[in-house]
Write a protein that binds this ligand. Structure first.
Ligand SMILES: Nc1ncnc2c1ncn2[C@@H]1O[C@H](COP(=O)(O)OP(=O)(O)OP(=O)(O)O)[C@@H](O)[C@H]1O
Length: 357
């Protein structure tokens, strides 16, 4: 099932939760709605589900206008952050629930329900747990059951609202991979909400970056990371240093550079290298993160390098290193596209570049 969202706006009283949102989702795609708290992700998801009425615009499922249709008529499967399993029902009955409450005409018979539930338990790799109660499962297992329950009605579309939000980091990672595989094998059109950029980047075919009820950019994880449409997207997708770029002061004074793009050397490579004191070293795992302070100004710069490079340079706390800002990005205020400014030493000198904490 493909989904088309056409110029949808939605208000809570006078507050505009969604403003002129348009989006096309292909059949079988896994889409992440990514954005800060309050950006409208859940509102958009609920609009697709039919749990929230839109003020303006249309929502189409496979070219059929479903804007006025109820959630039931839209045939969507829903998984929420907090396990909405029925506590007093065992796992089998939880999964079967959506089928059992169907009108008699479309309700499968007992044997068919049993067969489908067993199949779903197998699919979510929890065979044999049908007799247990939700309280007897781990958080990760409960979310998998919630997914099985959502899939039981054979939905045309699967909607997930921070499905792994309440789980610990390790379980989250495992479930992410598992969900991706499952979604691909079922090729069910799916939309999930997350405020975790790593989760969005790892799971989704395409990511929709939202801010203040609007879409800032839609693209593959690679596209939004490497070709951010604007400053908001760039800043939201990773750690950044803010640097001042005097040569461009007239139209775009602020430049940005990601910590891994700050190149470090023991000695000044040229006169544009910025001497910096190492004020903090965070060396856990393959990437080492350094906090640098320029001695002449109270400005901080963050740099990331591989553990190998870190050892090679033999860097110590309190020592002075030389930083090169070789890939500063500047977003023009008027032009929609950013300009990349490479080879910083030619343009940015120690005096013309400084970092904000
Ligand atoms: N029922 C409601 N009544 C009034 N305002 C609401 C209601 N639901 C949401 N809002 C407001 O609409 C905006 C968008 O909310 P929404 O839940 O869609 O954001 P979100 O991006 O999903 O945020 P979060 O990540 O915090 O869940 C927020 O500012 C929120 O306060």
């Amino acid at each position: 099932m493909s989904i088309e969202i056409r110029q949808v706006s939605m208000n809570y009283g006078a507050f505009a939760a969604l403003q002129d949102v348009s989006l096309q989702i292909q059949k079988g795609e896994l889409i992440a709605l990514l954005g800060p708290s309050g950006s409208g992700k859940t509102s958009l998801l609920r609009s697709i589900a039919g749990l929230e009425a839109v003020g303006q615009g249309q929502i189409l499922f496979d070219d059929t206008d479903v804007t006025e249709k109820s959630t039931g008529e839209r045939n969507v499967g829903f998984v929420f952050q907090h396990y909405a399993l029925f506590k007093h029902m065992n796992i089998f009955d939880n999964i079967a629930f959506g089928l059992k409450v169907r009108p008699r005409k479309s309700r499968p018979n007992k044997a068919e329900i049993r067969e489908r539930v067993e199949h779903l338990l197998k699919l979510v790799q929890l065979e044999g747990l049908g007799d247990r109660y939700p309280a007897q499962l781990s958080g990760g297992q409960r979310q998998r059951i919630a997914l099985a329950r959502a899939l039981a009605i054979e939905p045309s579309v699967l909607l997930l609202d921070e499905p792994f939000g309440a789980l610990d980091a390790k379980v989250r990672l495992d479930l992410r991979r598992w969900l991706r595989q499952l979604q691909k094998s079922l090729s069910i059109t799916s939309v999930f909400v997350t405020h975790d950029q790593e989760e969005a980047m790892e799971l989704a075919d395409r990511v929709v970056v939202m801010n203040k009820g609007r879409i800032e950019q839609v693209g593959t994880p690679q596209e939004i990371y490497h070709q951010p449409a604007n400053e908001f997207v760039y800043r939201f997708l990773g750690r950044v240093n803010q640097v001042q770029t005097e040569p461009f002061a007239a139209d775009a004074p602020i430049g940005y550079i990601r910590p891994h793009e700050v190149k470090l050397a023991k000695h000044a490579v040229d006169q544009k290298s910025i001497p910096s004191i190492i004020t903090h070293i965070h060396a856990i795992g393959p990437i080492v993160r350094l906090e640098l302070a320029r001695p002449d100004k109270e400005e901080l710069l963050e740099a990331e390098l591989s553990i190998e490079r870190f050892h090679q340079l033999d860097l110590k706390l309190g020592e002075t290193v030389y930083a090169q800002l070789s890939d500063v990005i500047v977003f023009g205020e008027k032009e929609p596209k950013q300009r990349y400014v490479n080879a910083a030493p030619a343009v940015y000198g120690a005096r013309s570049v400084h970092a904000d904490a």
